[in-house]
Design a protein around this ligand. Structure first.
Ligand code: SF4
Ligand code: SF4
Length: 250
């Protein structure tokens, strides 16, 4: 007999969870991510989905997927660890910011105020998960030679795509020049701009293996609440007392 397919895609369930969470009093919502390491295939679709969504320049990555080899030869296998910001409930990064540009919002999402950040990078050093990167104003298509005889306007089209403003935090941030977020610290923000528009974070919707789950852990009806009851749950570096809001399933 073949495997029975689930009656509903988990994305549909999480979309329902999100709709319910957005109707709740925001003070009581705690955004939470759960990543199933057993399901992750290391395809990096989430990394790329995030880069495209947030218009991330070279050197800025919010959600790398770390690969490691486990076991002893010949019984070895690859294991994958997607590593967004942990949205620590006790975040070391916010404590070192000299201008209070980074803080946890009411739903526990650690954000960066691009208008306050002075680019000192103290937070990059303080983060024990290396979850922050600096925007040096690089761009992928810089100095790409144009080839109008091959395909008219190809380079111009690529450059204009890359110059499109980032819509993080519900604003339009230019990707050229010297203004924010260029020069600033940048990090995962659970796609707050998408959440407020009723959409799940980009990494959740692009995960080809349905290995990433998202929702309000304070809602007993939500999928993440249910998953957090699993004996497979763990967090990264629990000994540091950072209390991540990103959980993993072994
Ligand atoms: S993972 Fe790093 S950047 Fe994210 S909240 Fe924790 S300390 Fe801050
Ligand atoms: S998209 Fe899903 S399966 Fe692919 S690397 Fe990211 S978490 Fe893993």
């Amino acid at each position: 007999m073949g495997t029975t397919l689930p009656s509903e895609d988990v994305l549909v369930r999480m979309q329902r969870d999100l709709k319910r969470a957005l109707q709740r009093d925001p003070k009581h919502v705690r955004w939470t991510m759960v990543i199933d390491q057993g399901k992750c295939t290391g395809c990096h679709a989430c990394t790329l989905g995030c880069v495209a969504e947030n218009k991330l320049p070279p050197g800025v990555v919010y959600r790398p997927v770390i690969e490691e080899e486990v076991g002893r030869y010949p019984a070895v296998r690859r294991r994958f660890l997607p590593r967004p910001c942990m949205h620590c409930q006790n975040p070391p990064c916010t404590k070192v910011c000299p201008v209070t540009a980074t803080y946890a919002n009411a739903q526990g999402v650690v954000v960066v105020d691009y208008n306050r950040c002075i680019g000192c990078r103290y937070c990059l050093v303080a983060c024990p998960y290396s979850a922050r990167t600096s925007d040096f104003g690089e761009w992928y298509t810089k100095e790409t030679p144009d080839a109008p005889s091959v395909l008219l306007g190809r380079t111009a089209a690529a450059q204009s795509y890359e110059a499109h403003p980032s819509t993080e935090y519900g604003r339009r941030w230019p990707q050229r020049g010297t203004g924010s977020p260029i020069g600033n610290a940048r990090k995962c923000h659970f796609c707050l701009h998408r959440l407020s528009a009723g959409m799940l974070p980009a990494c959740v919707t692009t995960c080809t293996a349905r290995a990433t789950f998202f929702g309000d852990r304070n809602d007993p009806e939500s999928l993440v609440y249910h998953l957090l009851g699993s004996p497979r749950v763990f967090v990264l570096k629990p000994e540091l007392g950072t209390h991540p809001a990103v959980y993993y399933l072994k």
